[in-house]
Ligand binder design. Structure first.
Ligand code: PXG
Length: 439
């Protein structure tokens, strides 16, 4: 029998972590409030990552705490299969009212990964439901991150997330990514060059034939692979090509959803409407796991045929529309609305942009890019040791009072949407310090 030992870090196999290194020098967070974490050794850390891109309204929001506590007392759990509870329907109506037409249905999940699997399955099943059962292939993109389940890593484009896990899904192809630092370094907002990368989709469609392709999935802005902002006109062109060939377009808005770009969704920022949108993270401010897949009425209606007593879609999770998650989400949406957090772009994005770009010229910096309340600083990798320089920057920032994310040799910044100009200044001054002292 394993006897529990106090302060034993061994048992927890940590996700996406260098376990042995971490356990030698752990970084433990003990509490959080507003824009700050407090570490177990009592230091205050500015949260420049919104947790993991999810705590958009900041930490410790009392309204969410109270809504969750009240919900557990009133209805702790309710099955969502052949049963319902009022908040699930209320939340769905509220969420879909935030989306442009025709995205007027939402399927609830518990994470971004589950949202992606759900969207891919709905895409394939939809094609079959409307009599186009040969349309099964899925197209993703290099450097895309769509979570860690088999569908998501198959359409995803991160080699390390794929190479250990066998043959993945069959029938998947990928477009090239849109990162083009030679032409677009130091872009502010959408880069000028690269609309033609969307034309690769035509080449892939020609190869496989549109009659065999169900859907294309992309992040409107790739977050976790280093804030890759789509070139001007790129998403519009993807939309045109998908429409022309009768292929569904899925936007993975797990990161961009709920205000990250300074607008409620990327759909609003870019003015491009896909057929499905995957979300999670900010849907509950990260407090309770939850995700949602928005679908067009055309997709939903295609399933609403056959005998009325029959289940239309054989898919769902024990915790789909969990009452506590629904309560957390409603309280979160109230905060977003009351404080105008989903529309902070006009007020803050330019300030954030100027602050970030002031780091140009500091040691190791090879690109700075931004959109809404997301920014990235790309560093020149140490020769033969990729990722090491950015990770050293992460550790140094942690010592200096900032928690940020790094991916590859890129520092990614996505503060909670309650961030103030003074906090942006502090963040940028810490990063400047870090860069000046980094080898
Ligand atoms: N799609 C996108 C676009 C994501 O960014 C997922 C799906 C998967 O969500 P879940 O909830 O299953 O993790 C994500 C998740 C990072 C980082 O540091 C990014 C994510 C998760 C953890 C870390 O960039 N994105």
């Amino acid at each position: 029998m394993n006897v529990p030992v106090p302060n034993n870090l061994e048992a927890f196999w940590m996700p996406f972590t260098a376990n042995r290194q971490f356990k030698k020098a752990p970084r433990l967070l003990a509490s959080a409030s507003g824009m700050y974490y407090t570490t177990a050794d009592g230091r205050k850390l500015l949260d420049a990552a919104a947790g993991l891109w999810c705590v958009n309204a900041g930490h410790g929001r009392r309204e969410i705490v109270e809504a969750v506590a009240a919900q557990i007392g009133e209805l702790d759990y309710a099955p969502a299969f052949q049963m319902g509870h009022p908040k699930a329907f209320e939340l769905a109506a509220r969420l879909t009212s935030m989306m442009p037409k025709p995205l007027d249905h939402v399927f609830f999940t518990n994470s971004g990964s589950e949202s992606v699997e759900t969207a891919l399955k709905i895409a394939v099943a939809y094609q079959r439901a409307r009599g186009k059962g040969t349309k099964t292939r899925l197209i993703g993109r290099e450097r895309g991150y769509h979570g860690v389940n088999f569908g998501g890593i198959s359409v995803g484009g991160i080699p390390t997330n794929r190479k250990f896990f066998g043959s993945l899904l069959t029938g998947v192809d990928h477009m090239r990514h849109t990162h083009d630092i030679e032409r677009n370094a130091y872009s502010r907002g959408q880069p000028e060059y690269g609309v033609e990368f969307a034309d690769e989709l035509e080449r892939i469609i020609y190869l496989h034939d549109a009659s065999n392709i169900a859907a294309v999935i992309v992040e409107p802005m790739s977050g976790s692979t280093g804030v890759l902002v789509p070139p001007k006109g790129y998403l519009e062109r993807l939309r045109e090509i998908c429409t022309k060939h009768d292929i569904l377009l899925i936007f993975d808005e797990v990161i961009t959803g709920f205000g990250r770009l300074g607008t409620p969704f990327a759909v609003d920022y870019f003015g491009v409407v896909p057929d499905m949108v995957t979300t999670a993270k900010g849907i509950t401010n990260g407090v309770i796991p939850m995700g949602g897949v928005f679908c067009s009425s055309e997709i939903y209606d295609a399933f609403m045929t056959g005998p009325e007593h029959a289940i239309e879609l054989f898919h769902g999770y024990t915790y789909s529309a969990h009452p506590v998650a629904c309560a957390a989400s409603m309280a979160t949406l109230d905060i977003y609305a009351n404080e105008g957090l989903l529309n902070r772009g006009p007020e803050l994005a330019k300030y954030f942009e100027d602050a970030l770009h002031s780091l140009k010229g500091l040691p190791h910096v090879i690109d700075i890019r931004n959109i809404g309340l997301v920014g990235a600083i790309e560093l020149r990798p140490i020769e033969g040791e990729p990722t090491k320089r950015a990770f050293a920057a992460f550790l140094s920032a942690y010592e200096k009072g900032v928690m940020m994310r790094t991916t590859g040799d890129i520092i990614a910044l996505s503060p909670p949407l309650i961030v103030s100009k003074e906090q942006i200044d502090f963040l940028v001054s810490v990063i400047a310090d870090v860069l000046k002292t980094l080898s």
